[in-house]
Design a binder for this molecule. Sequence first.
Ligand code: COA
Length: 188
Amino acid sequence: MSEVVFRTVKSSQVILKELMVPSYANFGGKVHGGIILSLMDKIAYTCAATHAQGYCVTASVDSVDFVNPVEVGELLTLYASVNYVGKSSMEVGIKVVSEDFKQGIVKHTNTSYFTMVALDEETRKPTPVAGLQLEDEEEMRRFVMGKLRKKLRRAHQKEINDIRQALDQDLSQAMTELEGENCLLPRG
Ligand SMILES: CC(C)(COP(=O)(O)OP(=O)(O)OC[C@H]1O[C@@H](n2cnc3c(N)ncnc32)[C@H](O)[C@@H]1OP(=O)(O)O)[C@@H](O)C(=O)NCCC(=O)NCCS
């Protein structure tokens, strides 16, 4: 029988720092959101794969709201931590801050939650991961919140599927209700 393993939150925490160079800018001169999303995916993978000690994939990403723009020349710091572990899935919480050296200003850019799933290298099917050894109340709070968000994600997915199914049955009716929407209908 395989031994049950638990790993601490600290053992897989990751900090990633990256300077925002001019090639990251969008047409408005600010850092492109996609650059930040890519760094978030990278740190989520590093954190989850360290906890799982194996290959993982990104199953879902919760909404990402950019609360402050990031300027070229700023230093972006991403903090990632495993909040919650199910059987094969892990919720990784990511906080992003940007720092303007010259003015000494640190801004919160965004926070989001990535669900990563550990896969068996051979079968490519979800595989169980180590549990989390919680060491203080803050880690317990994050675990409870992660569990709650997993429940909400499932409920949300079910609601979307139900709406989609209902819409499939009544698509022609819904298409007659586009009057007043911000779209032009095909002629004829
Ligand atoms: C994620 C994936 C492995 C799940 O496979 P699956 O056969 O649906 O797996 P299961 O239903 O057995 O679920 C396995 C775990 O994943 C979680 N999960 C599955 N789909 C999920 C989703 N969309 N969002 C969050 N968690 C999800 C389940 O809750 C479950 O967690 P648990 O084991 O901790 O209880 C599969 O959908 C996949 O390979 N997706 C593509 C991933 C990928 O390529 N990512 C990169 C995108 S560019």
